[in-house]
Design a binder for this molecule. Structure first.
Ligand code: MG
Length: 391
């Protein structure tokens, strides 16, 4: 088993949307193609990219992680005889000190995704099946629960336009949707809260008042006072979850919020390692019977690290079903189905071509089936495959 070629590129995924913390006018993504040759001379090319919210990492890839992978030579096979991304991952991380994950975890995550795509292609099975066989006693879910993430702030977008957007998601087969809150620029807390309550109530009306069909996302904007004020105001709606109300690394403040806000909280998309995730579990006051963990394998050193995170969660009494990764990509969808997570995010209208799933698998009642093709399934998503093939 050896890696014979690695190519990388940068593609724009810019758009006029904004959440409460950043706008996406300059957003980019790294894409890579990694070719792996098996012992019997067959080869497969796997693709990887980073999900939205973090920028492309061409420098880190070119200077450290690609040269290390290129220098690695012969790699040991997995016990099942197939390609094993774990030794390649270890080679990539040689001479990296612990802590301070930042953008490094994004660069490694991009390559890790490509290594898993190649591993499943060499085994001639979908990645969800490879993962179920290697790590889940062969048990894969029939389908994945997904929800439509949108409701971004955009210049000139009023409450009616927000409701129209959510209506389109329902028309696409989603029954659960998510909207941004806490992002009205230049407003005081009271004024912003009143406007957001109008926005939330308008969407709830579309959802027949069923709060469990709506999630709201603050993108880490609030301090404790604003998080508690919003929490008190939305507590009665029965929302599916209240996402990233606080800075992702401020664990003790999460614990305080969780003492005062009983309904489900969700966070974790901006924690990039098993150790950061463990600190959240140890110190964040989150509740394994209701809260939702959104660690995104594509941004956090890939699936090799995500397997460690799942193990850590089990040791702390958390089910993998509490995990619903951020990012809306096919990689996390395969992981959700193969390893028994709670579901996956989806972006029906933004972050093209990386958002969305295989062309042939429609969404029904917020559930989706997986295509039965080797690898992650990029070849079954034509707009994304066109970008990856260019490499
Ligand atoms: Mg979010």
């Amino acid at each position: 088993m050896k890696i014979t070629s690695i190519r990388q590129g940068v593609v724009p995924i810019s758009s006029s949307i904004a959440n409460a913390y950043i706008d996406f006018s300059k957003m980019t993504a790294s894409v890579v193609a990694v070719t792996v040759e098996s012992g019997d001379g067959r080869s497969a090319t796997g693709y990887g990219f980073n999900s939205n919210g973090r920028y492309a990492q061409p420098g880190l890839l070119a200077e450290r992680f690609i040269p290390r992978l290129e220098a690695v030579g012969e790699l040991p096979a997995h016990a099942d005889g197939g390609f094993d991304p774990i030794p390649a991952w270890t080679a990539m991380m040689k001479n990296e000190k612990p802590g301070g994950h930042g953008d490094r975890s994004v660069a490694v995550g991009v390559l890790d995704m490509a290594l898993w795509d190649a591993a499943a292609k060499l085994a001639q099975v979908p990645l969800w099946k490879l993962l179920a066989d290697r790590y889940n006693q062969g048990r894969a879910d029939e389908q994945a629960w997904i929800y439509a993430a949108g409701g971004y702030y955009q210049p000139g977008k009023d409450v009616d336009a927000l409701v129209e957007e959510m209506k389109r998601y329902l028309g696409l087969g989603y029954s659960v949707v998510k909207m941004k809150i806490g992002g009205s620029p230049g407003m005081g807390l009271r004024e912003a809260l009143l406007l957001d309550l109008q926005r939330i109530e308008a969407v709830l009306k579309l959802l027949d008042g069923q709060g469990h069909r709506l999630c709201v996302d603050v993108n880490g904007r609030f301090g404790l006072h604003a998080a508690l004020s919003y929490g008190a105001a939305i507590q009665g709606f029965g929302l599916r979850w209240y996402e990233e109300p606080l800075d992702p690394l401020d664990y003790s403040t999460h614990a305080t919020l969780a003492e005062h806000y009983a309904p489900p909280l969700a966070t974790g998309e901006n924690l990039f390692s098993m150790l950061d995730a463990r600190n959240l579990i140890r110190h964040g006051g989150l509740r394994p019977d209701r809260d939702v963990l959104q660690f995104d394998p594509a941004l956090s050193y890939g699936l090799v690290e995500y397997l460690r995170t799942l193990e850590m969660l089990r040791e702390h009494g958390w089910s993998p079903r509490r995990c619903v990764p951020h990012g809306g990509h096919q990689f996390a969808l395969n992981i959700a189905v193969g390893l028994g997570l709670g579901g996956n995010e989806s972006y029906p209208e933004v972050f093209a071509p990386f958002g969305g799933f295989a062309d042939s698998t429609p969404v029904e009642n917020s559930r989706i089936r997986m295509p039965d093709i080797p690898g992650i399934g990029f070849e079954a998503k034509s707009d994304l495959h066109a970008v990856l093939r260019d490499l």
